[in-house]
Design a protein around this ligand. Sequence first.
Ligand code: ZN
Length: 688
Amino acid sequence: MMQSRWRDVEAEALVEHYARAGVNRDLALRVYSSRLLGGDRRLVLHGGGNTSVKTVMAEVTGEMVEVLCVKGSGWDLAAIEPAGLPALRLAPLQKLAALEALSDQAMVNAQRNQLLDSAAPNPSVETLLHAFLPDKFVDHSHANAVLALADQPDGDALCAEVYDGRAAVVPYVMPGFALAKLAAGTYRDHPGIEGLILLKHGVFSFGVDARQAYERMISLVSTAEQRLQRGPRKGSARSAPPRRPAPVAEVAPVLRGLAGECTDAAQAVWRRQLLAFRTSPAILDYVNGAELARYSQAGVATPDHTLRTKNWPLITPVPEAGRLDAFATAAAAAVARYIERYHAYFACHNTRLAAAKTELDPLPRVVLVPGLGLFGLGKSAKDAAIAADIAETTIEIITEAEAIGRYQPVGEADMFDIEYWSLEQAKLGTTAEARLARHVVLITGAAHGIGAATARAFAAEGAAVAMLDRDAEGSAQAAAAIDGAALGLACDVTRSDDVRAAFDEVCETFGGVDIVISNAGAAWQGKIGEVSEDELRASFDLNFFAHQCVAQNAVRVMKAQATGGVLLFNASKQAVNPGLDFGPYGLPKAATLFLSRQYALDHGADGIRSNAVNADRVRTGLFADGLLQARATARGQSVEDYLSTGNLLNREVTVDDVAQAFVSLALARKTTGAVLSVDGGNIAAALR
Ligand code: ZN
């Protein structure tokens, strides 16, 4: 049952903290209780919900003016700051209530006109609802328990009965000016209420101070929870789950491939998505439900989820272990039907609107897999996780709604109006994606040196990176230092079961792999006529066979995705220009260079490119540094001089230069079987 998490000591500490920055008490307390709401996923999720406070602030002239501080778009209640609650002059906003109608564009403009700070984010689309309610503090959430009651065919009567005069019920109207007027009118007609239940949408509470508004929210939600528990509750029938479902690591790449689309065949450009997997007993009960096809397709629990999850999830057939081909065929047909349905939905609702809309991509954002669980999908790991979180919450809401009645959210036409809202449409195409956004990159030997630099470079291009290294702690630390989605994994690439396990974990985490940089290596020295067989074999294990094992796993996943892919090998100048006493290193590297070409030849038809980088004289902070020292000493030079004067350009080559070479080969869509030298110029190692 929901409990108030308000603590006076914490609230006062925050008031004191913000007072030092010149933030007034009202706004500081608004921040405090907004975070309490945002921190409970039963109330709001990922940017959902909004809050406001009416207070007084100074204009630039020093004149004090009544303002509404309301959540700005792009802010999440869980982590909101005073800057996330921009101040608007209240009186001019309240005057808007006299208008009969106001378009969304005009409303946004009227709101922006009243900002004290012209650079503030756009105030919430529900700003006028907050402004038109007279109470000082107003809280709005999309609480699960309230939605389980409000998303019922008789939600109106049910909520009226449950709240019995404590809260009034507002019929569904799309957020904006009309809803603000309707809510304000309902409030006037029901003096003394503590809140408003917005059918098919959520709940508002209000109060004279922050604590009262917040605790009324908790109380209204608790009342809904009690009603759900009281029942009578019915169980739901389950379909028989598969005897043995296929592993997530094998299902994910198949779905990832199907849930992407080729947007430019000539350039082999794909609109890929990343996947986030979730499962639990509750999720399994839901996806194995006999009536899954009915309740899962009814629509989103509250309208703004549609922007993250689309209106319906995709349902796949059951993936049975050992029968993945059959699953792939059936899942492909399910995706095709999904896309067809989406096009039909767009065509149907687009015609009833005056201004034609631009169709969004028709790809699913949530996939329900009976026997297994659910996947959230998105253009980044973060977006995929958000879609998965919303899907998981939706399951909780639908399960509760079905237990006491029947889940019936807002209809398709209303959801279309949200998905194709003019203000959302205006944002289309305004932000360019990073060059390697939507890509998953796996790098071996990634804890240090070239591998770590390469991970940073790919992350900077927008990719999610998986960093494998024998040094478990090092890979975890290197991944934690990445700005973006990064997974650090312990992996000894000379052990094939380790490599397989690492690829499995990457598929479970991100859904698959698009670019693999086989970088791990180490130098062995020895005169070739004298070196022991054991040493030579050890070098071949790491400098050749490990590359083969990594590449084979990469091809396996890439073929399951069927969206192409890139293999990149760290060869070495040793592969073309043997160094004295470096046979044990150069021989397997030469084989690896050839390996790269063999992959280009054998898997070009799969859309998989294969290229190599030959780097030389790079200070890595690793094994090669001892080697650099030895060579510099042999020439009577310091390492610094050796590095900066030992090549044609007299320029030192850094790990970041090598990383950029990998990035450029990953981006070179028409290049395969190539070798790129990054050595400042070494004519003896030049390829011919
Ligand atoms: Zn809302």
